[in-house]
Design a protein around this ligand. Structure first.
Ligand SMILES: [Zn+2]
Length: 71
């Protein structure tokens, strides 16, 4: 019975240590950076950089506004 209690406590300690380690790892993770937002040089709408069209150093929301250029 004593042995069983010992192994039970050991298992509990290992479980708690593993849980603690995982928790620390999770908090150590850097927060996901929000995607850069850019402004359409034509209409001024804000959109993620990856969805914008870059032309001549300016961002545009769509091909039409890129063709029309800066207002
Ligand atoms: Zn636009």
């Amino acid at each position: 019975m004593g042995k069983l209690l010992f192994f039970g406590l050991l298992a509990l300690m290992v479980y708690l240590l593993l849980r603690k380690g995982r928790g620390a790892q999770r908090t150590a993770e850097p927060p996901k950076a929000p995607e850069d937002m850019v402004r359409c040089a034509r209409c001024g709408v804000h959109l993620p950089r990856s969805e914008s069209i870059l032309s001549g150093g300016e961002f545009y929301c769509c091909e039409q506004h890129r063709a029309e250029g800066k207002s």
